[in-house]
Design a protein around this ligand. Structure first.
Ligand SMILES: [Zn+2]
Ligand SMILES: [Zn+2]
Length: 398
């Protein structure tokens, strides 16, 4: 498709979705329309065939995040509602058939200055490079090295697995070359033929005023090949779904809600292209005892009044292994937090965060006679000091 197409065609309108449509909504709209206009369902109707092509073209662009962004940018750049520019000729200096602006200026072709810099050229370059795949010619036909799709997946980990790191099995479904036709899109027993329009290069060049674009060939959509008898499995698209299970290493220290990238574990590339990446959305189940703040684990432990008042050595559980001993000094207030070093969450460098232990002083709920007597003695021994005296004084002075 050409730049002019980009500016003229409202792919959103073609699919009947708003500009803000999600990928899912776009896919749904496309599927519905593709079924409706599919050539198999409308034998010989050139009108529906054209419609089918239009819908496919719109989906090609809008389903590809990168190209959709470029398309949006291109349209924003030139303003919306450009549908009427073709043939308005008068003001045009380019002589290209009615552009209301001078492409030479915009693209730096013949005039200096203009918008300065290759911004617009970059955008269109990006559109037509289809994500930078490399092209090799074999036997006159184009075989485009295609990077594999990025794949989204998710996994739910136990609290401990997230802290320590783990290996998980992930079942992944991705788009790949159709197995029935090996991605050619041609029915078994038939072979695609070299596109006569572009002679197999997949590219066509088009002159717009004093600027020449290289764009994907319209007839073969840049594939360099034409399919006369489409494969029945993939309906000529050459695309299929493949499912595989992979082992993915989840690094230590991941957190709930985090999305991690695992390089080259996405869909395999085609024609020598690199594999896509795998993105894993992490969910972490809460732990009944431990909490987490960043690289530290947290725990609240109960201590008796006497342990807090007199000091004590207490046992504190850790996430993995035997409890550790923590010394509570004499006169420890309720809510004080102690740090047990190296018992937290693993860091990237192999060291670990800390375990933060917060004490909660218990107040006895039931007192045996002896204990009650001892506490009454304690009250007598500490009589005279009112812990609220200062507070009351302060409140009054304000
Ligand atoms: Zn072609
Ligand atoms: Zn197929």
């Amino acid at each position: 498709m050409s730049t002019k197409d980009y500016l003229e065609k409202d792919y959103y309108a073609v699919l009947g979705v708003p500009k803000t449509a999600t990928a899912e909504e776009i896919k749904k709209a496309y599927r519905k329309l593709a079924r409706q206009y599919h050539p198999d369902a409308n034998q010989g109707s050139t009108e529906t065939e054209a419609k089918f092509k239009e819908v496919s073209e719109a989906y090609d662009i809008l389903s590809d995040t990168k190209r959709r962004k470029e398309y949006d940018e291109a349209r924003t750049l030139f303003g919306s509602g450009l549908g009427g520019y073709a043939g308005t000729g008068g003001a045009s200096r380019s002589g290209s058939g009615g552009f209301p602006f001078d492409l030479g200026d915009l693209f730096g072709g013949t005039h200096q200055g203009g918008t300065g810099g290759g911004g617009i050229g970059d955008i269109f370059g990006g559109i037509f490079n289809r994500g930078g795949g490399t092209t090799t010619r074999a036997g006159g036909a184009t075989t485009r090295a295609r990077r594999g799709q990025d794949i989204e997946s998710e996994v739910t980990l136990s609290f401990g697995e997230a802290v320590e790191g783990t290996t998980v099995s992930l079942r992944l479904t991705s788009s790949s070359a159709c197995t029935a036709c090996a991605g050619t899109g041609a029915k078994a027993g038939t072979t695609p033929r070299v596109c006569p329009t572009c002679e197999g290069t997949g590219a066509a060049s088009r002159n717009l005023g004093n600027f020449a674009f290289s764009e994907p060939c319209r007839d073969c959509k840049g594939r360099g090949l034409l399919v006369d008898n489409p494969c029945e499995v993939c309906e000529g698209s050459g695309r299929g779904k493949s499912t595989r299970t992979i082992q993915a290493r989840i690094p230590a220290g991941v957190g709930d809600g985090q999305r991690i990238k695992i390089k080259a574990k996405g869909a395999p590339g085609e024609n020598g292209g690199p594999a896509g990446d795998l993105y894993v959305q992490i969910h972490v189940k809460p732990h009944p005892v431990f909490g987490r703040t960043g690289e530290n684990l947290t725990i609240t432990v109960p201590v008796t009044f006497t342990e807090a008042a007199l000091g004590a050595e207490i046992k504190v559980p850790i996430l993995k292994g035997l409890p550790v001993t923590l010394r509570i000094p004499e006169g420890t207030p309720n809510g004080r937090t102690f740090r047990v070093r190296g018992r937290g969450v693993a860091r990237k460098d192999g060291t670990k965060g800390d375990l933060l232990v917060t004490v909660e002083v218990l107040v006895p709920q039931h007192l045996e006679d002896k204990a009650r007597g001892a506490l009454e003695d304690f009250r007598e021994a500490t009589a005279g000091g009112d812990p609220r005296a200062e507070l009351i004084e302060l409140a009054r002075s304000e």
